[in-house]
Design a protein around this ligand. Structure first.
Ligand code: ATP
Length: 448
């Protein structure tokens, strides 16, 4: 089903996935809070990524670094100089835009026009009265220590990658990995975006899941290909529609200052194809830059050639929040049923925020007691909901809307046969299962 962003934003709020930040104060632009259901789902996304990219691989280890780093990190990485967006104001409606978000901008640039916004118009009001583009550094500034002067200026990290380069030697020494190997990190990043929007697609505080995969120079093309394919396969393995994913290679002239090649894994959002996961061949740019500024060795001793080399690096960089949005959008289905429409989120079991809900058919004492016992046992293993309010049909609908794969219903027959009903979210089929076998049946169905 193709769903509008408005529908997803309101479902997300109604069911406790995502709330506008500081809502009682009127909201706070481009910041979002995850609710009781959302926090579980977000954890599941990070857990799945960490499991598949770090835990099961012998060639990848992780770190968890501070989010405010030495200011020289950002000088070395080029962020102080280059982490700029071009900003354009419309003189007519006073809206502000990122130049490269204006329709026609890329074409102008590719045509080599001296003024890349020549002939372009404001996407809001259509006026052609635009200011010339001016650079705007999107790193958030703060002060470290009690004195607020230039020497105390520091930055909130705009990406997690740099900490990996800076800790390269420490990680190499302690993990004793051989090339090729990777260092991964999940954590917050901050960007003072000029035009945030589309819900959690582009916000000013978000989380990234980044891998820096170090390889021998000359083997970089091969590994670049490998991680591009990994990216698409990963989302497909978690149930995202293959036909809404595509790999888009950047044109050489659009590459960042550090990149030899970049591919975006794109998703077909309601607002069109756009980036989900960036995979870049960063060459030896970062390690060399940090060596130059710090004066420290960030090299790898190659036993084969008995020499120190600076590895090349392939960087798959994925947003947690953007993944969250994709899982929500892709899972959303509306189906006709006897009450009108059934809204169901068909999440992969690994992603689903709640794995199972226990629903006593009546609030009579013997049923409730058994239902709580089952809930408590399951909750030790899975995120488990318990709900005894409203009609059973309404309760199923509620679980469908948060994508709970299985509902366990305790009914009067349970008192006689010690069995319960398991209802499948997608087929709505109901199976009778004895209480003693419930956990193993659920384990088989969920796959873990
Ligand atoms: P853009 O050009 O759209 O601003 P980018 O190419 O600078 O994005 P990267 O630096 O490649 O983005 O970031 C890697 C990943 O981090 C992105 O693919 C995305 O999933 C996520 N990401 C980046 N910026 C944001 C943001 N403002 N909000 C949410 N996620 C983000």
């Amino acid at each position: 089903t193709t769903v509008s962003m408005d529908t997803i934003v309101s479902l997300a709020k109604r069911r406790g996935f995502v709330f506008p930040s500081s809502e009682i104060y009127g909201g706070w632009s481009a910041f979002w809070d995850y609710g009781p259901v959302g926090v579980e789902m977000k954890k599941n996304i990070k857990k799945a990524w960490w499991h598949d990219v770090v835990q099961i691989r012998h060639d990848v280890v992780g770190i968890d670094a501070a989010t405010i780093m030495h200011p020289l990190v950002w000088k070395a990485s080029g962020h102080l100089e280059n982490f700029n967006d071009l900003m354009v104001d419309c003189r007519n409606c006073k809206q502000r835009f990122r130049a490269d978000h204006l329709p026609g901008y890329e074409e102008n640039k590719r045509a080599g026009k001296e003024n890349p916004i020549e002939g372009l118009s404001c996407p809001n009001c259509g006026s052609k009265d635009l200011t010339p583009p001016r650079p705007f550094n999107t790193m958030f500034k703060t002060f470290v220590g009690p004195v607020e002067n230039e020497a105390a200026v520091a930055y909130l990290r705009p990406e997690t990658a740099q900490a990996i380069f800076v800790q390269f030697s420490n990680v190499l020494m302690t993990s004793r990995k051989k090339l090729p190997f990777g260092i991964a990190q999940i954590g917050r990043a901050y960007r003072n975006e000029i035009t945030p929007g589309n819900f959690i697609f582009r916000s000013r505080e978000f989380e990234q899941m980044e891998l820096e995969y170090f390889v021998r120079p000359g083997e970089d093309d091969k590994w670049y290909d490998y991680w591009r394919n990994f990216a698409i396969d990963w989302f497909v393995s978690l149930g995202v529609s293959r036909e809404r994913l595509r790999l888009k290679e950047h044109a050489k002239e659009d590459l960042s200052h550090y990149s030899k090649a970049t591919t975006d894994l794109e998703y077909l959002y309601p607002f069109g194809w756009n980036e989900l996961w960036g995979i870049a061949n960063r060459t030896d740019y970062d390690l060399k830059a940090h060596m130059a500024v710090s004066g420290q060795q960030l090299t790898y001793y190659d036993e084969e050639t008995k020499s120190h080399i600076v590895p090349y690096v392939i960087e798959p960089s994925l947003g947690v929040d953007r993944s969250f949005l994709v899982f929500l959008l892709d899972a959303y289905h509306e189906e006709p049923d006897n009450e009108g429409t059934r809204v169901v989120l068909r999440f992969h079991p690994r992603i689903a925020p709640v794995k199972v809900a226990v629903l006593p058919l009546s609030r009579k004492e013997p049923l409730i007691k058994i239902a709580w016992e089952i809930r408590d046992r399951l909750a030790d293993v899975y995120v488990t909901d318990y709900d005894e309010t409203g009609s059973i049909g309404r309760r199923y609908r509620r679980q469908d809307e948060i994508g709970t794969p299985y509902c366990v219903t305790v009914d009067f027959q349970t008192l006689e046969d010690n069995a319960v009903t398991i209802r499948d979210r997608d087929t709505m089929q109901q199976d009778r299962v004895s209480i003693s076998e419930l956990e193993s049946v659920l384990k088989d169905k969920l796959g873990f």
